[in-house]
Write a protein that binds this ligand. Sequence first.
Ligand code: FPP
Length: 246
Amino acid sequence: MLRKPEKALDLSHYKIPTHVAIIMDGNGRWAKRRGLPRQAGHRAGAENLRRIVRAGVEFGIQVLTIYAFSTENWGRPESEVRGLMRIFARVLDQEIDELHSQGVCLHHLGELSGINPTLQEKVRRALELTKNNNRLILNIAFNYGGRAEILQAVRQMLADGIDPNDLSEELFSSYLFTQGLPDPDLVIRTSGELRISNFLIWQAAYAEFYPTPAFWPDFGREELYDAIVAFNQRERRFGLVTEREL
Ligand code: FPP
């Protein structure tokens, strides 16, 4: 199928955030507005993910993290949970070759053991296939919760007999699912909500937060471009003061 020619978006004068993390919210409301079932919203959300990954590669983002299924999402109706699992399986079956050919390296953030064995196996195969790619790292947070991530890190550090005097922020970070990756510079949340919802709560300590009213299926390449432009207008101080304030 022919793709619509894309608008030229010039980011050459902008600093590209190394790591962009996205809370993909609003699939349900997107569907409701159209009189469709929630699952149609999640399907549209998955299609949009393809567009955003492609735009991420185009814009030179190095790490993209998406919040696909939280530990809290298990509390949704069983049919919706099953639907989300099916979509994840389909993304892994049908999109992996394209992701691989774009140079995307897939990572999983969260507890794999909590999901069904067939899906676990698909995830493992996708990670293995793409492990040497280096154009863009795509972290899929699936069965992920920030507090649970911190607890598993503490548990592992205790099991490893870490001396409390050796504990540092760097060492702690190396026990998180994001080990070895830079912290997010920009966290985007679609659909107008202003919460962090247990997402990367350690890693996003100094990230710029960009809420947008667009529902996730409507947050495309141009909206990602706008978020990067807005990021460039922020002054990141990391707790310091700037010269003009002295
Ligand atoms: C939030 O919208 C979205 C989710 C809980 C799921 C996000 C999942 C996808 C975009 C599917 C594709 C991704 C993978 C890899 C599985 P919501 O349902 O909370 O929307 P609402 O707040 O409008 O009800």
